[in-house]
Design a protein around this ligand. Sequence first.
Ligand code: NDP
Length: 325
Amino acid sequence: RSAPAVVTVTGAAGSIGYASVFRIAAGAMLGHDQPIALRLLELPQSVPAAVGTAMELDDGAFGLLKSVDVFDDPRKAFDGASFALLVGARPRSKGMERADLLAANSDIFALQGAVINEVAADDVRVIVVGNPANTNAAVAAAHAPEVPPQRFTALTRLDHNRAIAQLSHRAGVEVGEISRVTIWGNHSATQYPDIFHARVGGRSGADLAADREWLVDDFIPTVARRGTAIIEARGSSSAASAANATIDHVRDWVLGTPADDWTSTALPSPGVYGVPEGIVCSFPVRSVDGQWEIVEGLEINGFSRARIDASVAELEAERVAALTS
Ligand code: NDP
């Protein structure tokens, strides 16, 4: 593994980008024996800030970091990229309608999908963090016909990690003893954190879920609205935890999920679990030989079915709005 892996991070001067690149350079994402060539893509007005980040990366004297380049041209930034971390997205500005937000991001991600299709490495893996992440990933995938759809993913690992942390507090069990949690659906307030198949220390998640009042009024809304709670507490949105989850996502994708466990990733549905084909939906997944495989055959009870269906309905509406904008 001597050739540097080309890693492109968009929105690199933003909060999540800034919190990601130092850990990537330190080997947390691809392992401590994998050299890295970092490409930072920014909007022209944020290029100076990205140059500052590149200077700080230089000052880290990271042994694995072979180069850092800053671009405002996606064609150059994605050239030969094996990893595309699409963090930059258009935030909602005052007075902006949801449809306008979807349209603005649809333009950005259509272009980035088309450019990735043309110039990225054959093994490119894409993770979309910028919101609305699932739909942005669907748009990018739709513009990259030569890249297998399953290589376009959106981040729900932060929601997954949040669910594990909440379960750990509830059950008084170490996070390392919690497995088989699933986030279904959209990375939005409709997401469904499913613990019915989870293992929580010696207990089954279904056992904890038997306390429906806790499940419905506490656990599910705490996980789904954690981002808002962080904004209220910090005065700005979660950044280090989102960067951490992005790194977890890519690391598991490349190096594999632990035996006997799975994680959550949003990827284009192949038409399983009643999710229409092509909808970028979060599923329980294992990473096997560098590819995501959806864990199939889980029994979905009525409680879970209704919540998955509601989130998928939101995703279908977003996709229609993004594609017809
Ligand atoms: P952040 O780095 O804080 O967030 C980046 C994106 O991640 C946002 O869309 C944000 O969504 C999303 N996100 C997803 N999950 C989470 C989570 N759990 N917590 C917080 N955010 C989450 O944004 P900044 O504004 O600091 O930086 C964005 C950068 O992107 C800017 O520097 C800008 O110049 C750049 N940009 C680059 C583009 C490009 O390269 N073509 C295009 C547009 C912007 P949400 O907004 O919902 O919080």
